[in-house]
Design a binder for this molecule. Sequence first.
Ligand SMILES: C[S@@+](CC[C@H](N)C(=O)[O-])C[C@H]1O[C@@H](n2cnc3c(N)ncnc32)[C@H](O)[C@@H]1O
Length: 237
Amino acid sequence: MKTSQHLIEFYNNYDEDNRLAPKHGMVEFFTTMRYIQQHLKSGERVLEVGAGTGRYSHALARQGYIVDTVEWVEHNIEIFRKNTQENERIIVYQGDALDLSAFPDNQYDITLVLGPLYHLYTIDEKRQVIREAIRVTKLDGIIFAAYVISDGCLLDEGFQRSNINVMKYIQKGLLDSETFAAKSKPQDLFEFVRKEDVDELMSVFPTTHLHYVTCERSDFVGVTSHALDIFKNDKKS
Ligand SMILES: C[S@@+](CC[C@H](N)C(=O)[O-])C[C@H]1O[C@@H](n2cnc3c(N)ncnc32)[C@H](O)[C@@H]1O
């Protein structure tokens, strides 16, 4: 297993099923669904990698799309199964976003990676997840990758709510004292990135960049704690 035990312990004790229920979560859900629906056509196939309890996957399956999902944490899979309705064409597999070898090449119209990149700490591992997502996605298919954005979290959790002691984070080496860039490790659970990290990560892939959401106004980039990178798969095979 390549994925951290910290992750399993965290999700065993976290109410992932209700994460998108509060107002800010609903904004994330409806915004993401709006972009997914812009790109999906009737009868198309979706893969969700790191599906959690299936908020997006179930919503899409209930709209008639054929959905496969991969999730690492058994606890989330159990809730995913309880949430499944009879009319859904949906399958959940236990597996790791780093290794989608159970899935053939060029299979999906849309691949969602809304979570695994929150919990990977090296560029090599993040690229492996993106590489696998590209491999299983059809030529011209669309991939959605979500990230936790460091500056928005720092502004909110550090300066507004005081849940993070910024000085202690700097002393512990979790924040760079000059640039305020975050440096996460697996025990910190969430990997915080900036737009420039996403651009560097993506620079090696044959893709066309379509959107950088949560807000497409460039003067708001960084104010958010959650961003969605949407790109088209240009690989030939
Ligand atoms: C924040 S939740 C998001 C769930 C869902 N995609 C959503 O957006 O509502 C992240 C999910 O990704 C799963 N995950 C994290 N790393 C993973 C990996 N390497 N392979 C498979 N699942 C992973 C976690 O267990 C968790 O259920």
